[in-house]
Design a protein. Structure first.
Length: 565
């Protein structure tokens, strides 16, 4: 149940490539986002209107109307009967308020920090837990004829954060180059590294306008049904997200699209999202996953390339990261074998055409009284080979071209005959962490002068290029090429007469000249490296950690987050 089973070419999927990142990794980078905030503070205060209902007032206006009293600075044990500060607040009609400092709560080891993001079965909505570095709730009851005034000042205890649970829609927002300054700093730096081309950035954001509060924490002194509880329930979520937005809404992920992408690459052209819950050994989502299993749920970017139609989101039948890999990897990039074959087709089609030869021959007698047999021949390169992309098996791409030309002269062809038959094959196969490209060029020649003949493969050459995939020191995909050549070419001069048939050597020399450009391939880029223009949660991009082909020949690369710099 791991990425080694990736089978994107199956008819039920069809995505050109998929980028999957685990819940654990999303949370790690989102916590980094919160930890690096410049400590925005949310201070919300309420006073009583004429009907005694809470109405919001600006914090500074409240302090001014309360003769300089800050409600959050009044100690919890202040006595309403004797405290001048509380008397000032009562005179200002103060009712309640809360102050939250966004960030990570203190007193909790990083490994025990609550998750911020929780992936569920819904592909468009994620659970988001609101965490604060500090949180204070104050409540002032001025009392009445039958009750005494009361004052409450509660602070979030260290090591036991108050967690507000919400549901947040995910949305994709396109930012073009004119809004470059609004992007997260790390994203801007990554774009700078890519050069000055036109670009747009598609960001995956929390839709802060449509967040819905799911539950409130238990706060001592704040009982359900009270006005303070209602205010927290109705107002805190919006206030939290408004403050968060001022810092630049946390980017859950983004992709950079070039305005002028290079040719023949897997260039992102459409994108959808999907959540994959952790699957059990039966291939079904675990009904009650443990925390470790929940951490292995993934948010998947389903990608179409080069203008291809993006299929609808369908649940995968495997886990992208299995439990044994959690400590080492943050996610996976997987490229469909069919898309990979298309990439190699674009890369190799010119070499294949250059080695695809159309044969032409002519045999004729000089004249009625002249029995001299004449031969003419030609091989014309740059033909169009047949291309095949097998749906299964280690061979993902083949090119094939063959041609057969023959002619003869004399009564019943008795004076001479010439046949020229070139054939070319190129095969791309993948296995483990290697790509093997085999080219085989054969030119068969048959020549006969009267009753003396000879034949053979005057060209029979094979070039095998083996590209070993690896990960470079900076987390990029790298290749090492090893090339071998075998030559089984023959000279059909098998008897004395043909040795003196000078046209034979001319044919062999000509054929050898025509195929002189039959050389090794030179793939300068492997397509998985092209999708490294992703920038993931918190502005982090990713580095490759391992690379291999799946059992179904998808190219699978495990990734970890890294700073774009």
């Amino acid at each position: 149940m791991s990425a080694s089973q990736s089978n994107l070419s199956s008819s039920q999927y069809g995505y050109d490539f998929v980028v999957a990142t685990t819940q654990a990794s999303i949370n790690a980078t989102m916590k980094t986002f919160l930890a690096n905030l410049t400590e925005p503070v949310v201070s919300i205060c309420y006073i009583a209107d004429d009907a005694g209902n809470p109405t919001q007032i600006d914090y500074d206006d409240l302090v001014q109307s309360a003769n300089g009293t800050d409600p959050f600075a009044v100690p919890a044990d202040a006595d309403p009967d004797t405290s001048q500060d509380l008397k000032n607040l009562i005179a200002a009609r103060f009712m309640m308020g809360f102050r939250a400092q966004l960030g990570l709560p203190p007193g909790i080891p990083p490994a025990q920090m609550p998750d911020l993001v929780c992936l569920g079965a819904d592909t468009s909505v994620v659970g988001f837990n609101l965490l604060c570095a500090e949180f204070t709730v104050v409540d002032l009851d001025p009392g009445s004829g039958y009750t005494k005034p009361s004052w409450m000042n509660q602070c979030q205890p260290a090591g036991a954060p108050w967690i507000f649970s919400s549901k947040v829609d995910l949305r994709l927002s396109t930012t073009d180059s004119s809004a470059y300054s609004t992007l997260p700093p790390d994203v801007r730096q990554e774009i700078g590294n890519l050069g000055g081309q036109a670009f747009s950035v598609q960001q995956l954001l929390f839709d802060l306008d449509n967040a819905a509060l799911e539950s409130l924490p238990t706060i001592s002194g704040v009982a359900p049904g009270t006005k303070l509880y209602s205010v927290l329930q109705q107002e805190f979520l919006g206030a939290y997200f408004s403050a968060l937005a001022k810092e630049g809404a946390p980017v859950l992920g983004c992709t950079i699209t070039h305005g002028s992408p290079p040719a023949a690459t897997l260039t992102l052209s459409d994108l959808n999202l999907e959540v994959s819950p952790f699957l059990g050994s039966n291939g079904q989502p675990v009904a009650q996953p443990t925390q470790d299993q929940q951490n292995l749920a993934t948010l998947n970017y389903l990608c179409a390339a080069d203008g291809n139609t993006l299929p609808p989101a369908v649940a995968f039948g495997w886990n992208w990261i299995d439990p044994s890999e959690e400590a080492d990897y943050d996610g996976v990039v997987a490229i469909n074998r069919t898309s990979l074959a298309g990439y190699f087709r674009n890369q190799l089609q010119y070499s294949a055409a250059a080695n695809s030869f159309l044969a032409w021959v002519r045999v004729w007698l000089s004249g009625f009284l002249d029995a001299t047999t004449n031969f003419s021949w030609r091989l014309t390169a740059d033909q169009t080979p047949t291309v095949t992309t097998p749906p299964t098996g280690p061979v993902i791409l083949t090119f094939h071209y063959d041609s057969d030309a023959e002619d003869a002269a004399g009564l019943d062809d008795d004076m001479g005959k010439l046949e020229l038959k070139p054939s070319y094959d190129l095969t791309v196969s993948v296995s483990g962490s290697t790509i093997t490209i085999v080219q085989h060029l054969v030119v068969y020649l048959y020549v006969r002068v009267m009753q003396t003949s000879g034949d053979g493969n005057v060209v029979d050459r094979t070039i095998t290029d083996t590209y070993a995939l690896s990960v470079g020191e900076h987390g990029e995909l790298a290749t090492t090429l090893a090339s071998t050549t075998s030559d089984n070419s023959q000279n059909p001069s098998t008897n004395g007469f043909l040795n003196f048939f000078t046209d034979l050597n001319r044919i062999i020399d000509d054929v050898s000249g025509w195929v002189r450009n039959f050389t090794a391939t030179n793939l300068t880029d492997i397509p998985a490296s092209l999708v490294q223009n992703y920038v993931f949660p918190g502005g982090a991009t990713f580095a490759f950690k391992s690379v291999a082909f799946s059992d179904n020949q998808d190219l699978v690369s495990h990734i970890t987050y890294s700073d774009p710099s």
